[in-house]
Design a protein. Structure first.
Lengths: 205, 205
């Protein structure tokens, strides 16, 4: 396995496979096939076999995949066979929704700190967390050795906060602010903007 | 222009260009270059020229692009030179965040109805809307001729609601439920699941 060579588009499908396999496991299934998994996630069986074979031989011809084993392998590949602490920056409506989101449990992530710049919000509770002053973000994140951040600040503040996150040693940012961030190559970013997703659909309507 | 032939990956970049051009326009800029736009969105100048040229000749060599003209053309291509009414299904934390989200304005979308199945929520207000009973979703959406839906229901309810949305004539679904939906080919879907985005980054850490 040479992870440098695996196209990002394949990496992007693995979390979808993982999610579907987890649902199969939750419903008591023990084995699956590339056909069955493919139908669940809307990808061809051949593509699934090809994607998974990039990382080794995880299935047996004729008997399919052990769900538990494949889950374990995918978690290992995606490095979510551990819990990543996450810093949430922005305690607005979206920040609240994420702080209360139940979907992180058992999927590798846990919010451990929440920041905002609004003096009225600092010190208030959001879910289980006390909102901290974004002015202290660099030292707090460094001290806690957090590597992942979710950004739900307004677009106008996002680049400035990003620079502090990079300075604090953050290596991955999930950005909800509707703006493309400028950051060093060694920091990964993923974007969630409902409007760009909607516009991608209306093209076809 | 033959829209059938344009790869989906290009379509996926157009909303990002549109967003960046809108920010340029908001800050008073009149013209831009593929170089400048590329730096803002993290795409090479050559790729931008190639993407945009799929739809015609919108820039002049040496003088670059008129921002207003390119905005107008991109809105036309993405069919967001109009306002699409959107039905929101699920009035939980994420539904609240979306109902209150200011980022839809001037970008082509407007939430016009909100549904939930929880008897305690039905009749309550969320932002400017009264939450309606999901039991009436098919007739309400048909009557209002809404074509786009955002789904923020639990994963366990998502497939069932999707079938009702398809029946109601919905043509595009933005799905926040952490599950792959099974639906007819003529209905478009886009997925927003923070965990799959996070897992796509941890692979590289």
């Amino acid at each position: 396995m040479n992870s440098d060579k695996i196209p990002d588009i394949i990496i992007g499908r693995l979390p979808i496979y993982l999610r579907a396999l987890q649902r199969m496991a939750d419903s008591g299934l023990k084995t699956t096939s590339s056909q069955e998994l493919g139908e669940l996630v809307g990808v061809s069986a051949a593509q699934i076999r090809k994607d998974i074979s990039q990382f080794g031989e995880f299935g047996k011809q004729g008997t399919g995949y052990s769900i538990t084993y494949l889950l374990e392998k995918l978690r290992e590949i995606l490095k979510v066979n551990r819990i990543w602490d996450v810093a949430l920056i922005g305690a607005g409506d979206m920040g609240h929704a994420l702080a209360n989101y139940q979907g992180f449990a058992n999927r590798g992530f846990k919010i451990v700190m929440v920041f905002d710049s609004d003096k009225e919000k600092i010190g208030q509770k959001i879910g289980d967390f006390t909102i901290e002053d974004v002015a202290h973000i660099v030292e707090k994140i460094k001290a806690a050795d957090v590597k992942i951040a979710m950004l739900t600040v307004p677009a106008s503040a996002a680049q400035n906060v990003t620079e502090k996150l990079v300075q604090a040693g953050i290596k991955g940012i999930l950005n909800y602010a509707p703006i493309t961030l400028n950051m060093p190559n060694h920091v990964k970013v993923q974007y969630i903007d409902p409007v760009t997703h909607l516009q991608r659909m209306t093209y076809y309507l």
